[in-house]
Design a protein around this ligand. Structure first.
Ligand code: NOJ
Length: 533
């Protein structure tokens, strides 16, 4: 079946610590999310993806899991999770969980057992290697958060491998028992009604069987993160990873309409491999190109064309503008272009993912060094790598705590929250929030947008122009990347057409005074969706 919810729908990412606090401890929680479901329903999204909620010492804020089948007390309880899922489903919202299979917490009972002795039953569940003859780590692999990726365990005289913090030991996915235990965890949540998973660092799961040194990166520049000193040739993206992804997919396929999303930061052709042979892999290998591409019409035109062309047969596209690891969209490209970005995200072909708060134009929040929480910032300070700025609390209203908490928020609130908040922007028909809502609605109403084909209308300076079409209709999208007015030659049948949505506020307007001598006029930073007559 082609018309599946995860193809048609819009995904909304919730970072649970920062969405809504219900018990005044300054940290968001499951009951908080539940209370805000009516907002998400109003916004019109189809699914929520919730970053990890499992029991965890929180060394990496939940990406260090100590129990795959539970809920961290700071977020709530399993019954509260069940209530959330029931209410979400009642509103027609799907629920996607974050699954973190590459590593556990060092407090996970599996690792506690694994490190207890060399002959422990679960020794091989993690990656243990002897030191080199001089006592140094087994190879040159670097942690993604800086420093060696190997930590020496004195009692057993071996090193264990961790692609991230030393509190996040990597599981050995070449071990069959590990795979079975992890698939059982997936089934635990699927049986509770979870609609899919976003799989953390999917491309990391299998490492080189010989643990060869990574080659140096000739393009490395001082001041960049240490992980970039080497090309990650042997520590990730090994061919055998695709068998694992296929097995995970097999677990999900026993349930109807579940979605498998992969978090994968790789160049295009390697990313495409994660769709799997004959679409047997991830349904949606996350496509992060909009986050990294320079924000110009030329670059994006080429990037979109190349991505569309690289998709394997049957591979469904997807687009992401932001997440909890990347600087905020509005800080990267400015508030005016954030509107153009919203229109782009919601009119391109493929499943869009919105990061919480981007719909109100939240910007990075400056975090004074003494308030820093993110382990990456603490380990490689001052380089701008910290991820706290994009994880600040959601801005709901202009009251104390921004409506997020009645306690002391775990990260500082944006200084601008009194102006930039949901309550205020809901009431303003011209706000970015209302633009998101209108575009999501339009996408739902027009199958050409949600499921239809895609065709670039050419290449233009400062303008991106494309058409979405299906057997019923065609729509055209024009996006002005410049702050100056712009104009584009359009087909004749556009003159009698209708402007459905403009980022500048116009809705369902005629085009007669916009088109002069075959030229469609666009304001600076304006994007429009048009239905030809
Ligand atoms: C990717 C997650 O998105 C990030 O937040 C986390 O630190 C690493 N994986 C490690 O799990």
């Amino acid at each position: 079946m082609f018309d599946l919810w995860w193809r048609r729908g819009v995904i909304y990412q919730i970072y649970p610590r920062s969405f809504q606090d219900s018990n005044d401890d300054g940290v968001g929680d499951l009951d908080g999310i539940r209370c805000r479901l009516d907002y998400l329903h109003w916004l019109g999204v189809d699914a929520i993806w919730i970053s990890p909620i499992y029991p965890s010492p929180m060394a990496d804020f939940g990406y260090d899991v100590a129990d795959y089948c539970g809920v961290a007390p700071i977020f709530g309880t399993l019954p509260q999770f069940d209530a959330l899922i029931e209410e979400a489903h009642g509103l027609g919202l799907k629920v996607i969980l974050d699954f973190v299979p590459n590593h556990t917490s060092d407090q996970h009972p599996w690792f506690v057992e694994s490190r207890s002795s060399r002959s422990a039953g679960k020794r091989d569940w993690y990656i243990w290697r002897d030191p080199r003859p001089d006592g140094s780590p087994p190879n040159n692999w670097v942690s993604n958060f800086g420093g060696s990726a190997w930590t020496f365990d004195a009692p057993t005289q071996q090193y264990y491998y961790h692609a991230f913090l030393e509190q996040q030991p990597d599981l050995n996915w070449r071990n069959r028992d590990v795979r079975e235990a992890m698939y059982a965890a997936l089934r635990f949540w699927l049986d509770r009604g979870v609609d899919g998973f976003r799989v953390d660092v999917m491309w990391h799961l299998i490492k080189d069987a010989q643990f060869r040194d990574n080659p140096p990166n000739p393009a490395y520049q001082e001041g960049r993160p240490e992980i970039e000193r080497f090309l990650q040739l042997y520590s990730a993206d090994q061919p055998e990873v695709h068998d694992v992804v296929e097995e995970m997919r097999g677990v999900l396929d026993r349930y109807p309409e579940r979605v498998l999303i992969g978090e994968i930061y790789l160049p295009l052709e390697r990313l495409m491999a994660y769709y799997g042979k004959d679409s047997s892999g991830a349904h949606l290998p996350f496509n992060f190109q909009l986050i990294f591409a320079s924000w110009s019409a030329r670059t994006l035109t080429t990037m979109i064309r190349d991505y569309e062309a690289a998709l394997p047969e049957g591979g469904w596209p997807n687009w992401v503008l932001g997440n909890h690891d990347q600087h905020r969209l509005a800080s990267r490209i400015g508030l005016e272009q954030a509107r153009v970005a919203a229109m782009l995200l919601l009119t391109l072909r493929g499943t869009p993912t919105i990061y919480y708060g981007d719909e109100i134009g939240m910007t990075d929040v400056a975090i004074p060094p003494e308030a820093a929480q993110d382990p990456w910032e603490l380990r490689e300070p001052g380089l701008g790598l910290g991820r706290d700025p994009e994880r600040a609390p959601m801005q709901w209203d202009d009251g104390p705590g921004a409506g997020f908490t009645r306690g002391r928020p775990w990260l500082p609130l944006a200084a601008t929250y009194r102006e930039c908040n949901v309550a205020r922007m809901k009431a303003d028909a011209n706000s970015l929030l209302r633009l998101y809502r209108d575009l999501i609605r339009l996408r739902r109403q027009r199958s050409a947008l949600s499921l239809g084909g895609f065709r670039l209308l050419g290449e233009f300076p400062d303008l991106l122009a494309y058409e979405r079409f299906d057997s019923k209709e065609r729509l055209q999208v024009f996006l002005n990347f410049s702050a100056a007015e712009n104009a584009i030659v359009v087909e004749k049948d556009l003159i009698g057409g209708k402007l459905l949505v403009s980022t500048a506020g116009d809705r369902n307007a005629g085009l007669a005074d916009r088109i002069k001598e075959g030229l469609l006029a666009l304001r600076g930073g304006e994007g429009v969706v048009i239905a030809p007559s």
